[in-house]
Structures are given as structure tokens and as C-alpha cells.
Design a protein around this ligand. Structure first.
Ligand SMILES: Cc1cc2nc3c(=O)[nH]c(=O)nc-3n(C[C@H](O)[C@H](O)[C@H](O)COP(=O)(O)OP(=O)(O)OC[C@H]3O[C@@H](n4cnc5c(N)ncnc54)[C@H](O)[C@@H]3O)c2cc1C
Length: 450
């Protein structure tokens, strides 16, 4: 079969190209082999390290210089040691977010009317890669705010909600996501948390009772994107309403979940007669399922573009392990690194295509699922190779720093990589969506029991 032609094709991918750009030079020339001699053409075009991308325009190069000069002065150092306790973690995250907001690099995906917004996709990618290449921490405390809350309010919020909340996010207001419940994760539409509309002298309120679980960083959040049931009539999806909840409201109890590796990344949220003004509803009552799709699409699309480019920027950490641990003549390691680099590049290309399509108004059911699964698989491969190359040093229990791919502890990164096969919809469920909605395979029978 003829090799496909196009922008991404036409160059034989050689381990030599990949290794050179990552500064790995084996003495033995037989180790510089084509990755796949059977294939006449392959997808990889050498673009690393950051800054050697032949497709970069002058404008992008200028942006890159600007980001680099900012990072040379401001990139946090020692943030891992300074994030060992929860209080320190919150402080370092808030400091770094504030600096990025002021520099104009915190929200490149927002519209141009916000400071630092209005960046093209190509510009966003430069920023994400540079941040990862400079070993900066990911904005774990604020990603629900800058991605999920932003996407929801931007696409479905009314003018007053946008004007009230989006600027506050830039001032540091943090959001969490209250979707999942015990018994309603993959089957999100099965949520049982109730919202009952009641009249009060100063306006209608929804009175909320129920429980949420797995809410990332809810213990630090000011606001919550909440799904609640306003009706049990008809199909499950039809009775769901989307609300913006104040986490300090009376009746909200947050209980962090202590995890096996020592941190508390998630929390349960208990809701006991919590009152939310009806003006805090996003979209119409009973139409929250459609609004939730905006949140989930952001989680499975936009967020993953940042993460994919961050992983690309962080490949240098694996290359460093190869050099530092004397693996530069190890054929198996060099092969695995070459495969990893191409896998990460492929994820970036898939995420690019997804976002290009979205910008052009093209989105098929299942597209976001492909990005999600491609990312979580590459993340597992990335952290598994790092763990393997790190040797015994990486096997020890170390104090936890929150993170996903650059905690500085490969064992923690490896364990975290599995979280990504569940977060935002499990890998199996995404595969079900791809099979049924994209490949037109038979629908999973509903309501069956083993
Ligand atoms: C790191 C992380 C962060 C998260 N953050 C948040 C958050 O901030 N807010 C929030 O609301 N939730 C959050 N979640 C929850 C997440 O959305 C759910 O864990 C996820 O949707 C799966 O639901 P569940 O845990 O109830 O598992 P279940 O739905 O009970 O699934 C259990 C197992 O059964 C499989 N399974 C279920 N249904 C099917 C099917 N139809 N076909 C094949 N296999 C199936 C699943 O793949 C899984 O392996 C987070 C989860 C993680 C891991």
C-alpha cells in the first residue's frame, strides 16, 4: 500500500533523528536505525528540542523568545520541595498562577478581551511547551477554573454570569467540579442529588440535598460546578439542572479523601439543605445535561491539548535519565525512547486536529474520546519508561508533591498516570463511545446484569 502523503508524512523516521535532537549520541553507529524499516514513510518529523521546529513563523519565534525571557527570570525553582504540605502547595500554586496571569500566559485559550487571551492554537502550544521545558509546575489548583468553568460559562453562561465570574478566576477564585456521585460516575446521568426550587422573600432558590465524590481539590475551592436532579420524569438526562454553588454556603461539608500514596487530591462534598439562588442556574432548568457536555468537552479536549504539549516539553526529563544513567548504548532503551517520542508527537497531532476541527465547527461524537484515550496511554508509556530508567532510586517512597507528569518522583508519576485512564470518563467507556458512535458497532445492551 502506498504511504499516505500529506503534511505529516514523507520523511523516514529514524531513531537517529530523534536521538540527536534530544542530545543522545550513541558511540555504536549500528544503534542509529530506522524505527520501522518495513515502512517507506513514517509520521515523525524532527521538531525537538523546543525551538527547532521548522514550521515556526517569525511571530511564534518572537513569542517563544518572550516566554523564555520571562521564564529565565520568573520560572519557579524549588517548587517541589516547597509543595510538600497542602498549605505550601496552595501557596506556591497561587503565586505561580498570579505571575502567569500578570505576564499574560495563564489563559491563552480565553477570548482576546481577557488579558493574555486570544492566542492562536500555535501560540498556545508554544507557551505550554516552554512552560514544561522550563520545568514549571502545572496549574493544578486552577485548571478546573481556567478550563472547565471557563468553557461552561463562555459557551452556556448568561452575560451577567460571565461578567461576574470570569474576571474573578483571574483574581484567583478557584472552582471544583461536582458531577460524580457514589453510583453515578460512568453513568453520570444516574445522579441522585436533588435540587428543589423554593420561593424566598428575596428571590427563588434551589434547595440541594445529596452527595458528590471525587471532586478534585474541592477542599480549596470557592465555587462548584454542580449537577443536580430537578425531575425524575422521563429519561435520566432530561431532569438534570446545572448550578453554580458557593462552597462556603451553609450546608456544604467537604471531606478530603486520603489516598494510598499519602495525598488528598479529591474530596467528598455533602450537601444538606444548601440554598443556591435561581440566578446561579446555567441554562434552563432540566437542560443541564447539554451544559455538562461543554464542561466535559473542555476536559477531554482543550485540557488535553495543554497536557499533551506539556508531555512533549517534558520528554527532556526522560532523555536526561538516558544520559545520566548510562543508557546511551542500550538498543532496547533507545528503541523505546524513539517509540515514546513518536507516540507523544502523535497525541499532540490528534489533539491539534480535534481543536482545529472544533474551531471550524466540526465535532463528531467520539472525537474527544479518541484524544482522551490517546493521551492517557501515552502518559502511561512516558511515566513507565521514566520509572524503569530511574532504577531503584525511583522505587522509594518519597513525600508527595501534587502533580501528574513532573512531580520529580517517577513512581508517583507512574501511579498518577493511571488516574488519567479514569478521570473525565474511563478508558473503557470512551472505547464504548468510539465503538458505538463512530464505528457504528452494535449498542451495548442496557440494564443487563451478570
Ligand atoms: C484523577 C481523577 C479526578 C477526578 N476529578 C473529578 C472531579 O473533579 N469531579 C467529578 O465530578 N468527578 C471526578 N472524577 C470522577 C470520574 O469522573 C469518575 O471516576 C469516572 O467517571 C468513573 O466513574 P466511577 O469512578 O464511578 O467508576 P464506575 O463508573 O463505577 O466504573 C467502574 C469500572 O467499570 C467500568 N465501566 C463502567 N461502565 C462501563 C461500560 N458501560 N462499559 C465498559 N466498562 C464500564 C469502568 O471503565 C471502570 O473500570 C475524577 C476521577 C479521577 C480518577
Amino acid at each position: 500500500m502506498a504511504a499516505p502523503q500529506g503534511a505529516h508524512y514523507g520523511k523516514v523516521a529514524r531513531n537517529e533523528d530523534i536521538l540527536r535532537v534530544w542530545g543522545i549520541i550513541p558511540q555504536n553507529p549500528s544503534l542509529l536505525f530506522p524505527i520501522s524499516p518495513q515502512r517507506p514513510a513514517a509520521v515523525w518529523t524532527p521538531r525537538h528540542p523546543i525551538g527547532t521546529d521548522k514550521d515556526m513563523t517569525n511571530d511564534l519565534e518572537a513569542l517563544q523568545r518572550e516566554v523564555r525571557s520571562f521564564l529565565a527570570a520568573e520560572a519557579p525553582t524549588g517548587w517541589r520541595d516547597a509543595s510538600r504540605t497542602q498549605d505550601d502547595f496552595v501557596r506556591t500554586q497561587r503565586d505561580w498562577f498570579g505571575k502567569l496571569v500578570r505576564a499574560g500566559y495563564a489563559i491563552p485559550h480565553w477570548p482576546a478581551e481577557y488579558p493574555g487571551g486570544g492566542r492562536s492554537l500555535a501560540e498556545q502550544k508554544v507557551i505550554y511547551e516552554e512552560l514544561a521545558g522550563a520545568d514549571c509546575p502545572r496549574l493544578l489548583l486552577s485548571f478546573v477554573s481556567t478550563y472547565h468553568a471557563f468553557a461552561t460559562l463562555h459557551e452556556c453562561g448568561n452575560a451577567e454570569q460571565k461578567a461576574r465570574y470570569l474576571p474573578k478566576i483571574l483574581e484567583g477564585e478557584t472552582w471544583c467540579q461536582g458531577f460524580s456521585e457514589p453510583g453515578a460516575g460512568s453513568d453520570l446521568a444516574a445522579i441522585k442529588t436533588r435540587a428543589e426550587l423554593q420561593s424566598r422573600p428575596d428571590g427563588d432558590v434551589y434547595v440541594i440535598n445529596g452527595q458528590k465524590v471525587w471532586s478534585t481539590m474541592a477542599q480549596f475551592a470557592d465555587k462548584c460546578l454542580l449537577l443536580a436532579r430537578t425531575s425524575s420524569d422521563g429519561v435520566k438526562q432530561a431532569g438534570i439542572t446545572y448550578l453554580l454553588m458557593d462552597m462556603k454556603a451553609p450546608g456544604v461539608t467537604v471531606r478530603p479523601i486520603h489516598q494510598i500514596q499519602g495525598d488528598e487530591e479529591f474530596a467528598e462534598i455533602f450537601l444538606d439543605n444548601v440554598e443556591i439562588p435561581a440566578s446561579e442556574r446555567v441554562g434552563e432548568e432540566g437542560k443541564g445535561w447539554a451544559v455538562a457536555q461543554a464542561t466535559l468537552a473542555s476536559e477531554r479536549g482543550l485540557t488535553l491539548m495543554e497536557l499533551s504539549y506539556r508531555m512533549r516539553g517534558a520528554l527532556g526529563r526522560v532523555a536526561k535519565l538516558i544520559r545520566d544513567h548510562g543508557h546511551t548504548e542500550d538498543r532496547g532503551v533507545l528503541r523505546d525512547f524513539g517509540v515514546l517520542v513518536t507516540q507523544v508527537d502523535a497525541v499532540c497531532a490528534i489533539a491539534d486536529q480535534f481543536l482545529d476541527n472544533r474551531i471550524n465547527g466540526i465535532e463528531r461524537m467520539g472525537d474527544a474520546s479518541i484524544v482522551k484515550n490517546a493521551y492517557s496511554r501515552a502518559l502511561r508509556a512516558y511515566s513507565a519508561l521514566g520509572l524503569r530508567l530511574g532504577g531503584m532510586d525511583e522505587q522509594y517512597v518519597a513525600p508527595i508533591t501534587f502533580g501528574d507528569l513532573n512531580t520529580g518522583n517517577w513512581m508517583a508519576d507512574f501511579m498518577n498516570s493511571y488516574a488519567w485512564t479514569i478521570a473525565g470518563g474511563s478508558e473503557e467507556v470512551q472505547r464504548g463511545i468510539i465503538a458505538e458512535r463512530m464505528l457504528d458497532m452494535p449498542r451495548e445492551p442496557k440494564g443487563w446484569v451478570l
